[in-house]
Design a binder for this molecule. Structure first.
Ligand code: MSP
Length: 664
């Protein structure tokens, strides 16, 4: 039997329609599931809906309908979205399913029989929104420490799970299994949480207060706490969902993907429940960060919710999938801006991958009668060796490294793929097939070059398939490979040149038309982006005679004159002091020496550089930028740095230059 891979997403509350936060985790899980399927692993990918509890009961009451009716009404919004986003889940669970109820009741019974559940009176601070009790010391000025809403004092008789008994075992498990909670910062958070004595967990709610749930098997006046009910889905889904994947085959789960807000419920509640049931713990719980909009939490009341349906409709499923996973490291928070999204579509997708596909296919059509030619080893040069090494290492080294379930780094994987896209475009620029085509003596070299370009695309489409399944399919169609990406195409190592030979290319529509940037870019996502527009200059396989030989044609409207450029005053400066700005991960306060004066500059380089690593560095500074305050600190200039979104490196000088020297 091949290696098993069981991946789950949280099951989403059906109190409202899905938003981009839900789409994020589901896309992330889909990528890993697809990657493992391509490798021939035995995969089960489970997602679904959390249909019980106060939130759902409240939403149904507001809609004036019965909770079940409410769930049935909302369910298609999730299912349809997954279809639109090309999510290939194996199971979709709903906690209102009576077969799920049976498993929850059976597990509650087991714990009750083992005397790990007891009844007690309890008085505590209750947050209705989060459906949980807090102790006096947790409550912050009468508000819930989690959601900030007011809490109320509640005295109630409830059933409790003896969670406290498992505290030490859980600490030992975390210590013995360094990859159990990922990333490291989240693991430390859980360890911090476990420094305080762990309390027992209330696993019931009296029906008098909340009736929408699963009846406790040992007391019909109570329903199960929604989190107990929900967490059990990871096991019950294996038991009864078609095609009955079975606990034996898939448990323990390889990875539970969760948002950082629900890490405690998974790492602490779920782990201790499993321990009490004598069921092994999942291998990894990976907590990802949150998307914000203009640095604010996405919420309906703020009107800044990013509607995934709109994103897919306007920009396409693959572009949305790409952006969400490329833009921020999976474990970290990130800001969603339409401007960055469109920027990535235009640069990475249209000018990058789309351009490479389009020019390769056009060149093969034009110079090889539409058939991918055979290479001539004698006509190979160092350029081909370099391209081949980069493309093959993508499948053999980069992807297995970045997509390991305990260190998931989608952004790094995509970065690696796009470095090959860039190399491919540079390769075409440098080898200039349109020049080779002019001399019959270069015929073998021309065939070799176009073969290598097409072969690079074959590797690229295998690498991007988990991330962008529609694009991979379209690429394979245009290149005539006709791959079926649901098959285990990467089960055996793929070697350079071992693909289908002499395939016929079929030019298709542009994969990623350039998008015009809407005038109000960066605004709330509910203001819609302008519709897709066709490229103003069709991507051309060869540079025109007036431009330098770069692959990306510069749009007229993007051009500035030399006079415009000279308005920016650039000078060499030396960093003479640096410190972090409190409460900011990104900002450093720098003191720079400009030869004739010193200035204070606030630079957003703190994620890449610590203060001690920039001290003494010679940098380039924009000196005539209007001063601005960042986190209350005045910045009197800007330090130049490289990086499409995140800072990768400060801009350095090739030689020794004195502070104050002009840069032009
Ligand atoms: N029903 C529970 C999960 C039970 S799992 C046994 C729940 N549901 S939820 O619908 O509120 O949230 C589901 C997931 O969406 C969480 O992982 C949460 O982190 C994620 N997100 C909600 N908003 C988000 C963002 N703005 N950004 C990224 N993910 C966020 O909690």
């Amino acid at each position: 039997m091949s290696e098993s891979f069981y991946i789950t997403t949280p099951i989403y509350y059906v109190n409202d329609v899905p938003h981009s936060g839900h789409a994020y985790t589901t896309i992330a899980a889909d990528v890993l599931a697809r990657w493992h399927r391509l490798h021939g692993h035995d995969v089960f990918f489970l997602t679904g809906l959390d249909e019980h509890g106060q939130k759902v009961q409240r939403a149904a009451a507001q809609a004036g309908i019965d909770p079940q009716q409410h769930c049935d009404r909302l369910m298609p919004h999730f299912r349809n979205l997954w279809e639109k986003l090309t999510i290939a889940h194996d199971g979709f669970i709903r906690t209102t399913d009576t077969r799920h109820h049976a498993v929850v009741r059976q597990l509650l019974h087991t714990l009750y029989d083992r005397q790990l559940i007891y009844r007690a009176d309890y008085t505590g601070w209750y947050c209705t929104f989060d459906e949980r009790f807090w102790t006096e010391k947790d409550v912050e000025q009468g508000n819930c420490p989690d959601c900030g809403r007011p809490v109320e004092q509640l005295s109630e008789s409830n059933y409790f799970f003896r969670m406290s008994r498992f505290q030490q075992r859980l600490l030992d498990h975390i210590a013995d299994n360094p990859t159990f909670i990922r990333p490291e910062s989240r693991r430390n958070e859980v360890l911090g949480f476990l420094q305080k004595p762990l309390e027992d967990l209330s696993i019931s709610r009296p029906k008098s207060r909340l009736s929408w749930g699963i009846d406790l098997p040992f007391d019909r006046d109570y329903v199960a706490y929604v989190w107990f009910d929900a967490l059990v889905n990871y096991l019950s889904g294996l038991e009864y969902l078609p095609p009955r994947p079975s606990v034996d085959r898939f448990w323990p789960a390889t990875v539970h993907l969760v948002g950082k807000d629900i890490l405690t419920t998974h790492a602490v509640y779920w782990s201790t429940i499993l321990m009490a049931l004598e069921i092994p713990l999942p291998h990894t719980i990976f907590a990802h960060g949150w998307w914000t909009v203009n640095s604010e939490k996405m919420s309906k009341s703020r009107g800044n919710v990013i509607d995934p349906y709109t994103m897919v409709k306007q920009f396409g499923a693959d572009a949305f999938r790409y952006f969400l996973l490329r833009e921020i490291p999976f474990g970290q928070d990130g800001n969603f801006s339409l401007e960055s999204f469109i920027g990535r579509i235009n640069s990475d997708l249209a000018n990058g991958l789309g351009n490479l596909v389009s020019r390769t296919v056009t060149l093969i059509e034009r110079f090889c009668a539409g058939t991918v030619p055979c290479p001539d080893p004698a006509a190979c040069a160092e350029q081909e060796t370099e391209l081949q090494a980069a493309a093959t290492s993508l499948l053999q080294i980069a992807m297995p490294h970045h997509l390991r379930s305990d260190r998931i780094a989608y952004n790094r994987a995509l970065e690696a793929i796009w470095s090959v896209v860039q190399l491919g475009n540079q390769y075409i620029d440098k080898t200039a097939p349109w020049v080779l085509a002019k001399a019959p003596a270069h015929e073998k070299r021309l065939s070799t070059v176009l073969f290598h370009a097409a072969e690079t695309l074959r590797f690229l489409c295998l690498a991007i398939a988990p991330f962008m399944p529609n694009t991979a399919q379209a690429m394979s169609r245009q290149l005539g490979f006709q791959y079926d990406f649901s098959r285990a195409l990467l089960k055996n190592p793929v070697a350079w040149g071992d693909g289908p030979t002499a395939t016929t290319v079929v030019k298709g529509p542009s994969l990623f038309p350039r998008i015009a940037i809407p005038p109000q870019h960066g605004a709330s996502m509910e203001q819609s982006a302008s519709p897709r527009t066709m490229p103003s200059t069709p991507s051309s396989p060869e540079p025109d005679s007036n431009t330098s030989s770069v692959s990306h044609s510069t749009q007229e409207s993007d051009c500035i004159t030399i006079k415009d450029f000279q308005k920016v005053r650039l000078k060499v400066a030396k960093i003479i002091a640096a410190e972090r700005i409190p409460k900011s991960e990104k900002l450093l306060r720098l003191r720079v020496d400009l030869g004739t004066e010193q200035r204070q500059i606030v630079a957003g380089i703190g994620k890449t550089y610590s203060p001690d690593t920039v001290l003494g560095k010679t940098v380039v500074v924009v000196t005539n930028l209007k001063p601005a305050k960042l986190m209350g600190v005045e910045s009197q200039g800007m330090v130049l740095a490289a990086g499409d979104t995140d800072v990768i490196s400060l801009v350095a000088l090739a030689g020794d230059v004195a502070p104050g020297t002009t840069v032009k």
